[in-house]
Write a new protein. Structure first.
Length: 304
């Protein structure tokens, strides 16, 4: 039952991710991405703290050891701060196609780290699913346009750090609940980015934000809250390799929204890429412990 619930939560995370990336693309236009990320992380950390207080989980936080708090700080460093700084700076130095493709290879690094540190076994079927995901991503984004340089290397570094954070979080979740890890990521991630903003003198930009930018911040914070709450709670119960592969479903959703609402033209190769991505996600799920969760979304699988 826990695996089924975890699988459904990760599927929900993938859907949220697809919508979130689409909305964030609209929201971040004209805004300082570092300041934008700080505000979102801070808002989600504050809300999660309210939830923890409401559930009386703050008693658990008081009982955390120094080592556990250190683990949460590391989650915030690896996942909630440094990779964002690297990614957005890299995005300024390279093109969106290159950055998008590199970021979507995260499941490969997750699988490698999980094999080494968590002893997760990657089957031939999962390798085939990974190949579908990689090829589908290349077709969808148009990899022939990609370029390699300092910006691409910075995006790669961010992707590796996010991958490491996912695997480390899976380890931390052995002794903590998902909401605690989500809170730690947002809290410490916010503090590290705040330090960066203070050093660079960018913190004063908060006063210059328009009403529209505050509205976008509130909306995207809601998506981020749904993302971290469902992701870490679901990740506690299923393999991180499987979870990262299923998360690729978000790319299909984001692309579909872009073509539906932004008047973009979908080429034959991109359509093929979307189908390959979807096939890879379904194959990864079917070969894993969340196959039952996928059936919930398939009308023909309903029990008679």
């Amino acid at each position: 039952m826990e695996k089924k619930t975890g699988g459904m939560l990760v599927l929900f995370t993938a859907v949220v991710s697809g919508f979130s990336v689409f909305v964030n693309k609209l929201a971040v236009s004209g805004a300082d991405p570092y300041l934008f990320t700080f505000l979102k992380n801070s808002a989600v950390a504050a809300f999660l703290m309210c939830v923890i207080l409401g559930l009386k989980e703050h008693r658990v936080l008081r009982e955390f050891s120094a080592k556990q708090w250190g683990s949460l700080a590391l989650v915030g460093l690896l996942g909630g701060s440094v990779p964002f700084l690297l990614f957005f700076r890299g995005l300024q130095l390279t093109d969106g196609v290159t950055a998008g493709f590199i970021h979507k290879t995260m499941f490969i690094f997750v699988a490698a780290f999980a094999m080494i540190f968590l002893k997760e076994r990657v089957t031939k079927g999962m390798i085939a699913a990974g190949a579908l995901l990689l090829a589908g991503n290349a077709l969808l984004l148009g990899l022939s346009q990609a370029s390699i340089g300092l910006g691409a290397l910075m995006v790669l570094a961010a992707t590796v750090l996010w991958s490491a954070e996912n695997v480390f979080s899976k380890h931390v979740l052995k002794t903590m609940e998902g909401i605690h890890v989500a809170f730690g990521r947002m809290l410490f991630g916010s503090l590290f980015i705040l330090l960066f903003l203070a050093v660079t003198g960018s913190i004063s930009g908060i006063a210059a934000l328009s009403a529209s930018q505050w509205h976008w911040t509130a909306l995207t914070s809601l998506f981020l809250l749904l993302y971290v709450a469902s992701w870490y709670t679901g990740l506690k119960h299923i393999k991180v390799t499987t979870a990262s592969a299923v998360l690729m479903l978000g790319s299909v959703i984001t692309t579909s929204l872009s073509y539906a609402f932004l008047d973009a033209q979908l080429t034959t190769l991109q359509a093929a890429g979307m189908l390959m991505l979807l096939s890879g996600v379904l194959l990864a799920a079917a070969l894993s412990d969340i196959a039952d969760s996928i059936k919930v979304f398939l009308p023909w699988s309903a029990r008679r």
